[in-house]
Design a protein around this ligand. Structure first.
Ligand SMILES: Nc1ncnc2c1ncn2[C@@H]1O[C@H](COP(=O)(O)OP(=O)(O)OP(=O)(O)O)[C@@H](O)[C@H]1O
Ligand SMILES: [Mg+2]
Length: 323
């Protein structure tokens, strides 16, 4: 068995949206996911994450490119690939006219799982995700968080080799978020490869073996968290809190000789410095010239969020268009 469970070669997707306009959602992306990895696939809104997941899970045909699961082309044999993959899609694709339990059992039956095993797994996952009491209610009566929990339970019913999770924790309260991760880590320990997109940077920073960052349909970087952090030249960031933060300050800061890049995040101006020991006096001099009193200034090491901003120019939850 190959060490590579998923291989994507020059994947490209163009959506025609009118006679004159098209969106290049995914632009010639190539990467590999190793068997047993927890792999993060991160990018701003509209970066092409869900489009990529739809293609590698056989739900959407690429404009061009190749996709292999276990070295088998999924475009040539999608049915074979489907048995090996589980998907928690970003949108709610549960059958609203069925009960929660029926959603799980029908899914298991589709994959040829015998009744006894299907019922046993359904009991286990309904319990784990706190749905036992509501298992016989129609899914249309479910809250957003309950539906999300059921989508996760359904995706793992057939014990997939690789599980794709498209923003799985969105809508989950903190206790179910930690139950989800407990469950994912247990599955991963038992051999399931996990492919994850999320906008919560602390999740991939703690959990992922490797991370790919995409923006505007392009692959910007791929590697272990430490390798990605090394992409920020100095690994040093100056955070500046001002009484009145003007977005143009970030643009001005980029012209300072010691500053590699600048961005605003959560109302704080972040300066990505070129060198390890930045000249604070020079920065303070510049800050004092701004028409805004300084409230706080500090120096810190980079986080995954900083890598994200450095590579995409955006915070992890900001909007991004790629026409
Ligand atoms: N069916 C479609 N028809 C036309 N354009 C589409 C379609 N699906 C996606 N797009 C466009 O493709 C681009 C990538 O969208 P995609 O949903 O893959 O982004 P994403 O990275 O998952 O973003 P988010 O973080 O918001 O979920 C966007 O510009 C989007 O408008
Ligand atoms: Mg998406």
């Amino acid at each position: 068995m190959s060490d590579v469970i998923l291989r994507v070669e020059c994947l490209h997707k163009v959506f025609p949206i009118s006679k004159e306009r098209q969106v290049k959602a995914v632009r010639d992306i190539s990467f590999e996911v190793q068997r047993g990895e927890i792999f993060g696939f991160l990018g701003p809104n509209g970066a092409g994450k869900s489009t990529t997941i739809s293609m590698v899970t056989t739900q959407l045909e690429p404009t061009s490119g190749k996709i292999f699961i276990d070295e088998q082309s999924i475009l040539e044999d999608p049915a074979l690939a489907r048995r090996k993959i589980g998907v928690v899609a970003q949108h709610n694709n549960l059958d609203r006219g069925l009960t929660a339990r029926e959603n799980l059992i029908y899914h298991a039956k589709y994959f040829g799982i015998d009744d006894k095993t299907a019922n046993k797994r359904a009991d286990e996952y309904l319990d784990k995700f706190g749905l036992t009491e509501r298992q016989n209610d129609y899914v249309r009566s479910y809250s957003g968080g309950m539906a999300q929990r059921l989508k996760i339970a359904r995706a793992i019913m057939h014990n997939p080799d690789i599980l794709f999770l498209d923003e799985p924790t969105t809508g989950l309260d903190p206790s179910y978020r930690s139950i989800l991760w407990e469950q994912m880590l247990a599955l991963n320990k038992a051999g399931t490869t996990i492919f994850l997109t999320t906008h919560y940077m602390e999740e991939p920073e703690q959990l992922c073996d490797r991370i790919a960052i995409v923006d505007k349909g392009e692959l910007k970087a791929i590697g272990r968290v430490e390798e990605l952090k090394a992409l920020i030249p100095s690994n040093n960031i100056i955070s500046i809190k001002l009484a009145n933060l003007d977005p143009k300050f970030a643009e001005q800061a980029k012209t300072l000789p010691e500053v590699k890049n600048a961005a605003i995040k959560n109302g704080v101006l972040l300066l990505y410095m070129k060198h390890n020991k930045p000249d604070f006096n020079q920065i303070l001099e510049w800050v004092n010239k701004l028409d805004s009193p300084l409230q706080n200034i500090s120096l810190s090491a980079s986080t995954l969020d900083d890598v994200f901003i450095h590579l995409t120019g955006k915070g992890s939850v900001e909007h991004n268009e790629n026409k």
